[in-house]
Design a protein around this ligand. Structure first.
Ligand code: TPP
Length: 285
């Protein structure tokens, strides 16, 4: 069980990132729905679990992070800013400009804190598996490779080739996360391309599968605290049950808010909703 001060500290950081996401969404169009759903697990990865030095992004002993659902670049960049990789304001100044380090999809040619450029769905896991195998071959026994995927993304065939091979190569240093928000770009996953029981599918591919509430900080911390050792033989998949657009009533579970821009007036309403929800949660404790 995670201690209450750590839970509160990470919830506070997740609130800051949600607020910044909404402000950024007022500034430029971003993939707000999938940023809000994956926000809590991304906060735990970046602000708690990852071994990463913002001053030395190529440190050999670092954990690697690959955003396979590459359109969630905003929540990644904001997390990195909170960790000290850049100033928060840099993101607002440079996002989606021709000269900037930040965009709808992250690019490692212009941003040293991006391990792998992504955006074309289905590539993150195969690349992550390759990196995990390379780390093992180099004798690295402490680093993990985290890869965050979408549930709509599970329709890409390349994911399943990598899923099949990772247990064969005993990649216990590989940790997959699925943001199971049940929405894709054009509608609900179960209507567009049913995923049914994703846990059963991944278990059949011989992964260590963990299912949690992806908005419950306690469960998230507990899961990352108790990951198998990187030297173990079986890759882990964490399926996070989440809600697209989580925290804002008109965005929640609404595929229309896959991507978008909000007005100043809507921003203020959305901020109030998000802040009130955290106040209510903390007031109950
Ligand atoms: C290969 C490829 N096909 C299509 C797209 C267009 N696309 C961008 S996001 C998206 C939906 C992804 O859904 P999901 O993985 O569930 O992401 P989330 O709902 O969490 O944002 C699609 C189809 C793409 N980026 N790459």
């Amino acid at each position: 069980m995670a201690d209450t001060s750590t839970v509160k500290m990470l919830e506070g950081k997740a609130l800051t990132i949600r607020e910044q996401l909404l402000r950024l969404c007022n500034h430029v169009p971003i993939h707000i729905g999938g940023d809000m759903s994956v926000c809590d697990v991304m906060t735990v990865i970046w602000q708690y679990a990852m071994k990463y030095d913002p001053q030395n992004p190529k440190m050999e002993e670092r954990d690697r992070f690959i955003l396979s659902k590459g359109h969630a670049a905003a929540v990644t960049s904001l997390n990195q800013a909170l960790l000290g990789c850049y100033d928060m304001q840099d993101i607002f100044n440079e996002y989606a400009t021709n000269y900037g380090r930040f965009g709808m999809h992250s690019c490692n040619l212009i941003n040293p804190h991006v391990e792998v450029s992504t955006g074309s769905l289905g590539h993150g896991l195969p690349v992550a598996a390759g990196i995990a195998q390379a780390l093992k071959l180099k004798g690295n026994t402490t680093s993990r490779v985290y890869v965050v995927m979408g549930d709509g993304e599970q329709a890409e065939g390349s994911i399943w080739e990598a899923a099949l091979s990772a247990p064969q190569f005993k990649l216990g240093n590989l940790v997959g996360v699925i943001d199971r928000n049940r929405c894709s770009l054009m509608g609900y996953t179960e209507e567009r391309m049913p995923m049914d029981d994703l846990a059963e599918k991944w278990r059949a591919f011989r992964w260590n599968v963990i299912e949690i509430d992806g908005h419950d900080m306690n469960q998230l911390i507990d899961t990352f605290d108790n990951l198998p050792d990187p030297t173990s033989d079986v890759p882990t998949l964490i399926i996070c049950d989440t809600e697209k657009g989580h925290g804002v009533s008109f965005m929640a579970n609404n595929p229309d808010w896959h991507m978008g821009n909000i007005t100043e007036e809507t921003l203020n309403k959305a901020l109030a909703e998000v802040q009130d929800a955290y106040k209510a949660k903390w007031g109950e404790e």
